[in-house]
Design a protein around this ligand. Structure first.
Ligand code: NAX
Length: 326
């Protein structure tokens, strides 16, 4: 049996975590031979509810769950952490402007970044789920100067999965036949879901759908899917978000499938002309616990415009919190 690894989940009493924690403990994220210790962080008023979740985890008698930590102190939560899923965030309250939301979360994610810098394993893999995810990841990263910036990522895998299903349903194919889907940019309504590189059973997907559907249905449906879920369910995506977080971390740790890639919000190295240092979603191949941005893809004028628009939004978000960054 392998040595247990330490996995931090923040916002652990919230609705996404209620799906996420059980799947991590069941071995779906890191494999059925990898024991885990769950280090769960919440704000003080939610600790009682978190104790209830921990009781349920106990009651599952998961063979891979080798321990749990429940805390409201980030310095305790991140101690020796190997993986961290940052789900806890400040939701948009009534009358809150985008700038207020960015600032409220900047406060939370600077604390997380500092605690990671001081207490986590130097090899920690961080995934930010809490919104605005890309900019929250940037803030955490900037507050952790001793950790390689490549170890901070943001989640666009839910958007990627949504895009796969939309394309599969439209073309009457199985999601198992579709590869090389891409989400570019921000996890927001400016994201660019791009099927121009996607393959269905090895053949180009784009010629199989009408341009009108692609541009005027597929792209907005994927961009607005989160809002559609809220409208239908009366609550935001939870189980599907937890599932995407599992897929993101599993691929990063264990590798993407041969011949395919995953969409991940990662530290931009300037690839495709995207400003260096932004946490931007690119197509990534993962191997040996590391990721690489897929290089050399041909970018059409249409794609270039869409990729730029979402980059501009991310640059604006970064600038809105610049005074709070170290
Ligand atoms: P909930 O409100 O159910 O849970 C959030 C939990 O975080 C709460 O229990 C709260 O007490 C806790 N929390 C708040 N501040 C904290 C802090 N400083 N430290 C530790 N815990 C803290 O929200 P949930 O539905 O679970 O969603 C969580 C986040 O995921 C939200 O920001 C949401 O917008 C975001 N999402 C991101 C998605 C993505 O694709 N990147 C999709 C789903 C989701 O919308």
């Amino acid at each position: 049996m392998k040595q247990p690894v330490r996995v931090v989940v923040t916002g652990a009493a919230g609705q996404i975590s209620y799906s996420l924690l059980f799947r991590i403990a069941a071995g779906e994220m890191l494999g059925s031979d990898q024991p885990v210790i769950l280090q769960m962080l919440e704000i003080t008023p939610a600790l009682e509810a978190l104790k209830g979740v921990a009781m349920e985890l106990d009651d599952c008698a998961f063979p891979l769950l080798h321990g749990m930590v429940i805390t409201d102190d980030p310095n305790v939560a991140y101690k020796d952490a190997d993986f961290a899923l940052l789900v806890g965030a400040r939701p948009r309250g009534p009358g809150m402007e985008r700038k207020d939301l960015l600032e409220a979360n900047a406060a939370i994610f600077s604390v997380q970044g500092k605690a990671i810098n001081e207490h986590a394993s130097r090899d920690i893999k961080v995934l930010v789920v809490g919104n605005p995810a890309n900019t929250n990841a940037l803030i955490a990263q900037r507050n952790a100067p001793d950790i390689n910036p490549r170890q901070f990522t943001a989640m666009t895998r839910l958007d990627h999965n949504r895009a796969l299903t939309q394309l599969a349903q439209k073309t009457g194919s199985s999601i198992n036949d579709i590869t090389k889907m891409t989400i570019w940019g921000n996890h927001s309504s400016t994201q660019y879901p791009d099927i121009s590189k996607a393959l269905i059973s090895g053949e180009a997907a784009e010629p199989k759908v009408e341009q009108d559907w692609y541009r005027n249905e597929f792209i907005p449906v994927v961009q607005q899917r989160g809002a559609a879920i809220i409208k239908a369910r009366g609550a935001s995506s939870a189980a599907s978000a937890a599932n995407a977080a599992i897929f993101h971390m599993r691929d990063w740790a264990l590798g993407t499938a041969e011949g395919d890639w995953a969409s991940m919000g990662v530290y931009s190295d300037g690839s495709y002309g995207i400003a260096e240092g932004l946490i931007y979603s690119f197509p990534c191949v993962c191997k040996n616990g590391d990721w690489e941005i897929v290089q050399g893809l041909e970018i059409s004028d249409f794609s270039s415009e869409k990729m730029k628009a979402t980059e501009t939004e991310l640059a604006e978000e970064r600038d809105a919190v610049a005074h709070l960054l170290p």
